[in-house]
Ligand binder design. Structure first.
Ligand code: FE
Ligand code: FE
Ligand code: ZN
Length: 286
């Protein structure tokens, strides 16, 4: 069989609540037509994670294999700031990340996405240094989990609004074989990458600065705000400034179509089911 000729399968899903555990998320994914999903490792505002339930994990692993679910993407809490000005807050963030990565090994070979951090007036350079220090403490040689840095909108003092900033962090990481990037379509447009008029050019730039081989996941969102607004407010698919035409190009692009796509649009489950069904009809070359 010629593998190159075979069109990659469409991996599409959305953010789900972890409240009822892993098996429940996988079953929900199947119900809404998804084959991947994202979830918060804990309350997005931080705090303790629920203890891992080995029975739930075992049932999830069996179910997801039977039903072809994955890869799953864990999202770190929004409040986790690896480059906070206060040492106490940085330590808390590092401990949170290390605990998350430890827990992720119960579901080996999946992905952990994080917002690099906000430098809060310390400057980009200092922020990058602190983020890299934390990642170098947390990432271990034997871990199977991918750590993904998310492209950010550039709200406030967020780091990761340019591909160069992400690259600067990545260059400082000692163990890089499980290090990648998650590209958020809302965020990069907000940050000033014009994927509406020049998706090819933006992807070429990404390749030049970071390398497309580092791109491991897409957050597929429309945006409530116009180009370069640095606001970070997601919109439902087709109803924002990106529009269905651009998002259709994204899911079908030759260098992106093999990647898993995760919706983070403002929706309840029926809305997600509708968006997944819509995007499946927009997928070409199946
Ligand atoms: Fe995010
Ligand atoms: Fe995102
Ligand atoms: Zn966002």
């Amino acid at each position: 069989m010629n593998k190159e000729k075979k069109s990659p399968e469409f991996r599409i899903g959305c953010h789900l609540s972890i409240a009822n555990g892993y098996l429940s998320m996988a079953k929900t994914a199947v119900e809404i037509g998804a084959n991947v999903f994202q979830f918060f490792t804990r309350n997005p505002r931080g705090g303790a994670a629920k203890p891992i339930d080995p029975d739930d994990i075992a049932a999830f692993l069996a179910y997801s294999q039977e039903n072809d679910i994955g890869p799953i993407l864990a999202h770190a809490p929004y409040t986790m700031n690896l480059c906070a000005a206060e040492e106490r807050i940085r330590d808390f963030a590092l401990n949170t990340m290390m605990d998350d990565l430890y827990r992720m090994e119960y579901t080996p070979g999946n992905m952990y996405n994080l917002h690099p951090g906000s430098h809060v007036q310390q400057g980009v350079e200092k922020g990058i240094e602190l983020i890299a220090d934390a990642l170098n403490t947390a990432i271990t040689n034997d871990q199977t989990t991918w750590v993904l840095l998310e492209t950010m909108a550039g709200k406030g003092t967020e780091i990761g609004r340019t591909f160069e900033e992400l690259k600067a962090i990545m260059d400082r990481i000692k163990i890089r074989d499980r290090l990648g990037v998650c590209l958020d379509t809302c965020h990069i447009f907000d940050a000033g990458y014009d994927i509406v008029n020049d998706l090819d050019g933006v992807l070429e730039h990404f390749d030049k600065i970071i390398g497309l081989d580092k791109l491991k996941a897409i957050h597929l969102n429309d945006t409530k705000n116009p180009f370069k607004s640095h606001k970070d407010r997601h919109e439902t698919i087709g109803n924002g400034y990106l529009g269905i035409e651009t998002l259709r190009k994204v899911i079908n692009h030759p260098v992106l179509r093999h990647l898993p796509f995760y919706l983070e649009t403002p929706n309840e489950l029926p809305g997600y089911a509708r968006e997944i069904a819509l995007l499946k009809t927009e997928r070409t070359g199946i």
